[in-house]
Write a protein that binds this ligand. Structure first.
Ligand code: FE2
Length: 279
């Protein structure tokens, strides 16, 4: 069995989105446009309300999925189909936009730590115009496994040592773990060879790989090579990271702002449909 090594390291690039929310973008940048099927990864994290107070007011999506994982703070979401709720620290929303939704994601606090991730996952052509679907999970609905060496694994999607993640029925058969690894301890996990995989460190640092382990520090994304086994060792103060993997779709990607389709014609159609109020 081959152990995956680090293929590319990408430092989160500071940018802003929505109504001025400060964030670090690693996927969906000039360094890496996308890692099929993953289109974008944003880490947001600030104790200063100025950095997030504007939130993400009403905006549309079509053709892919947005996944929000809150670490700290509370985000309120509402959409044009009448769905709404609050995303609590440790909670997850996996939204399949399908043919289209218009939603908002707004902080429910004016100050204090707000931290989390947004990941965009592509949909195959056959599912881009499907019905929108939400999977919302409160923090206690995300299974947490504590291994013998003290590693904590929150299983958002996929399967860790027989524990299935909360999220189900996603086209790209994703894995999404939050792994909290103590100093010097080892974490291993097998991901099917044909899947793309990456890690993103958000606390401490880790070493990734077996033949030539590479150090990956906070706010850095490590794209992994082909292989099966993933091997990570916690740095001096330990490390916390998300591990994300999924089956590549291998179709043309046409993206513009909040729409991700296969052709430019389909993007134009998305704008027309949105303007015509058909979302
Ligand atoms: Fe959104």
């Amino acid at each position: 069995m081959t152990t995956r090594e680090v293929q590319q390291l990408i430092s989160g690039l500071e940018t802003s989105d929505g109504a001025g929310v400060v964030l670090k973008r690693s996927l969906g940048t000039a360094q890496l446009d996308y890692l099929d099927p993953f289109l974008l990864l944003d880490e947001f994290g600030s104790e200063d309300g100025v950095d997030y107070i504007g939130g993400f007011p009403d905006h549309p999506h079509r053709g892919f999925e947005t996944v929000t994982y809150m670490l700290d703070g509370i985000m309120r979401h509402e959409d044009n189909a009448g769905n709404g709720g609050s995303l609590l620290p440790g909670g997850v929303q996996w939204m399949t936009a399908g043919r289209g939704i218009v939603h908002s994601e707004m902080p429910e606090q004016k100050e204090g730590l707000m931290r989390g991730f947004q990941l965009w996952v592509n949909l195959p052509a056959s599912k881009k115009m499907g019905e929108p679907r939400y999977q919302n999970f409160s923090p206690d609905e995300i299974p947490e496994v504590v291994s013998e060496n003290g590693t904590k694994i929150r299983v958002i999607a996929g399967n860790y040592a027989g524990t299935s993640g909360a999220v189900e029925g996603i086209a790209t058969a994703p894995t999404y773990f939050d792994v909290n690894l103590p100093a010097g301890t080892e974490f291993t996990h097998i991901i099917e060879k044909e899947q793309s995989a990456f890690l993103y460190v958000f606390e401490g640092d880790i070493a990734v790989g077996e033949a030539s382990p590479k150090k990956v520090t906070t706010s850095t994304l490590a794209v992994l090579t082909e292989g099966e086994n993933i091997r990570v060792v916690g740095g001096k103060k330990g490390g916390r990271f998300i591990l994300v993997a999924g089956t590549p779709i291998n179709e043309p990607v046409a993206r513009h702002g909040p729409f991700v389709m296969n052709t430019r014609e389909e993007i134009s159609q998305a704008f027309k449909d949105y303007r015509a109020g058909q979302f």
